[in-house]
Design a binder for this molecule. Sequence first.
Ligand code: HEC
Length: 446
Amino acid sequence: MRMILCAAAFLGVLQAAAPSFYKDVLPVLQNHCQECHRKGEIAPMPLVTYEQTRPWAKSIREAVLLKKMPPWFADQANSHFANNRALSQKQIEILTNWADQGAPAGNRADAPAPRAFIDGWRMGQPDQVIEMAQEFHIPATGDVKYQYIPVAMNFTEDKWIEAAEVRPGNRSAVHHILVYVREPGSDFVKGPPPESILETAPPDHSHAPPADSTGILEVGGPAGAAMMTLYVPGGEYLRLEPGQAMLIKKGSDLIFQIHYTTSGQPKVDRSKIGLRFAKQPPASRVVFLGLTNRTMRIAPGAANYLVTCETTLPEAVRLISILPHMHVRGKAFELRAVYPDGRTEVLLNVPRYDFNWQLNYYLDKPRLLPKGTRLENSSWFDNSPNNPQNPNPAVEVFWGEQTWEEMDTAFLSLELPPSLTPEKLVELAAPKVTRSAIPESTNPAQ
Ligand code: HEC
């Protein structure tokens, strides 16, 4: 009898502690999941109502326990990011306990107000929307070459941009979009388009890096065109603080570099970008620079190949965000600042890099990097057969923009003092690269 009473009391406690959908689970979904798990966004199913969420209770449990969801890869021990979407231990327990205890609805009256999303634009209403002039037709099969599509802006005066969001026209066909600014006078993407949109030969693995290639702090992408923003699954739109903005010179055009994927059916895409302009010229100019080592040669089969690159800042700048960019052999990433007083700070540590999620990590507030600060970028690659995403472990891998090549780029958004242009910064920074100095090395975070 006493046993039964005890058991009943214990069950009572359990019941009291059982989280309910409306009271406990929904607030977590609203703040950490619905940005992607709602109609029209990238996740395969909405997690907005009880009816939509209930069938997924067990997979939600798995996904949050394994930290597959929400996608966020920065080491939590040293997390200081404004857009941190990781769940706290308590939030993980709410979701797992709810699933374990039959995923009850609870009382609808406990539900928080629905989170308001502006349909289509995460940045809020843009001042101007610019679309590709024509639809692009994606064939049913084959590997489509990266497309470089000019998108005219027709600005007759210089413009300052404080927010930009690029939206694919057809999410099921667009893998990513990088947006470059082509300034007047540049001949980037001015030649005739390639005859075929498809990759004709299997990817050529045999080329070595060009003789003059160096590791560099670079203003941008191909032909010196500066990158403005990008669309990647789970990525952020470009969002700057008041007083910060990006300069788009009059007469510039945008180039959309689009990676289309085929799916067995022909598809059509017309992607676009939304822009918000600063109301007045900002106190400081924001630029997007890449710190990268183009001399990399990743040995065949190497499971933990380290590529490093460093640069010393010739002037004080503020660091706004860090976007580590590697391809399918990317394994781990770290960016450190070594300050003039000798102190070292890990700015971002990604112990488990995942090519499918190209996240931009925004610092909680822009970090002042004084003149003389050394930035050190370490990227680890897995070119072994144990990497399930590796297309070919038998080849040596060089720097290149295609996914079967590799990149080790830390894309940094930096706030420059008015006296400094990005070109001047790059010229003065005198970056130094180490050509695979330590071929096999262990990520300190692992
Ligand atoms: C940045 C966008 C994004 C956020 C935020 C996000 N998800 Fe997802 N989720 C996705 C996408 C895309 C997929 C499908 C592709 C995949 O599984 O990687 C997915 C898949 C899933 C799946 C299916 C996994 C499977 O194994 O099939 C579950 C469950 C899930 N998400 C739960 C959540 C929960 C719970 C949250 C919040 C705590 C969350 N997601 C936050 C984008 C997101």
